[in-house]
Design a protein around this ligand. Structure first.
Ligand SMILES: NC(=O)c1ccc[n+]([C@@H]2O[C@H](COP(=O)([O-])OP(=O)(O)OC[C@H]3O[C@@H](n4cnc5c(N)ncnc54)[C@H](OP(=O)(O)O)[C@@H]3O)[C@@H](O)[C@H]2O)c1
Length: 254
């Protein structure tokens, strides 16, 4: 049976992706660090959708984790047809003052794990002429982000990488989509230390965001920006100097 592997499935947008994939008839491979939450979600999914749900608890900021996860999935003879690289986090504060190790781990998770997992699963998808990869970036991808400098830069990478990959595999039967959510009601703002910013006022709900991503992946769209206002803002940044967009981004972060 074809399966969908979702990173960051324990909460937020990833949890909704897990449901959407199971409802669409895929078995699901749930990945995050919190095994208890994943096991509870797996039980719910089995009960509500009748699909098989596997749990692989791991810390994807460990540089060796993506390969170990891939090896475990292959060993378990799971046929991954859909890869959703969703796990990620941000940190609010000045680059020089935030915990250095945590910022490097963010780069490992947001960039390295996403790239490694894409590289590991894509060749079989191309060979089978079927497969889907959804990479979760952010509206942060479109401009520099003072007070979240590393996070914004990691999401620019995800956007650029995904657009290039979409182009490379366009004739292969494999779909690649980049999802750019704006502020969404999840655990993200708590982990980022950003609950007090103006940014999360009027945040979208995680189910709507995941659904837009999933529908765009099914249609093999290269890019989806959730919410009309977010899409308009992302479009406008194309015509503004980087310094101006950086100043604006800082204002909403304070
Ligand atoms: N919420 C927003 O406003 C927003 C806006 C734009 C983009 N995004 C992006 O959307 C994606 C999903 O975030 P979310 O909003 O749903 O936030 P969330 O509720 O905090 O979910 C993040 C998920 O990633 C997992 N995760 C975190 N660190 C991990 C690690 N080292 N190894 C493996 N899994 C890890 C978390 O589970 P564990 O803690 O159990 O590991 C959780 O399942 C992220 O890439 C984020 O950057 C979010």
């Amino acid at each position: 049976m074809a399966a969908a592997l979702i990173t960051g499935a324990s909460t937020g947008i990833g949890r909704e992706f897990a449901y959407l994939c199971a409802e669409a008839g895929y078995d699901v491979v749930l990945v995050a660090r919190n095994e208890g939450k994943l096991q509870a979600l797996a039980a719910e999914i089995r009960q509500k959708t009748g699909r098989t749900a596997y749990v692989f608890a791991c810390d994807l900021s460990d540089p060796h984790a993506p390969q170990a996860l891939y090896d475990d999935v292959i060993c378990s003879k799971i046929d991954v047809e859909v890869l959703i690289n969703n796990a990620g986090y941000g940190m609010l504060g000045k680059f020089a003052e935030l915990n250095a190790a945590e910022q490097m781990q963010m780069i490992q998770l947001n960039i390295h794990a996403l790239t490694c997992l894409s590289r590991l699963f894509l060749p079989a998808m191309i060979e089978n002429k079927r497969g889907k990869i959804l990479n979760v970036a952010s509206t942060a991808a479109f401009q520099p982000g003072p007070l979240m400098a590393v996070y914004f830069a990691t999401k620019s990478y995800v956007l650029s990488f995904s657009e290039a990959l979409h182009n490379e595999v366009s004739e292969s039967g494999v779909a690649v989509t980049c999802l750019c959510p704006g502020p969404t009601a999840t655990e993200f703002d708590k982990r980022a230390g950003a609950t007090m910013t103006k940014l999360f006022k009027g945040a979208m709900d995680a189910r709507t965001v995941a659904k837009q991503g999933w529908n765009s992946l099914k249609a093999n769209k290269p890019l989806v920006i959730t919410g009309r206002k977010n899409a308009a803002m992302a479009f406008m940044t194309r015509f503004a100097p980087l310094q101006m967009t950086a100043t604006f981004a800082r204002k909403v972060m304070e």
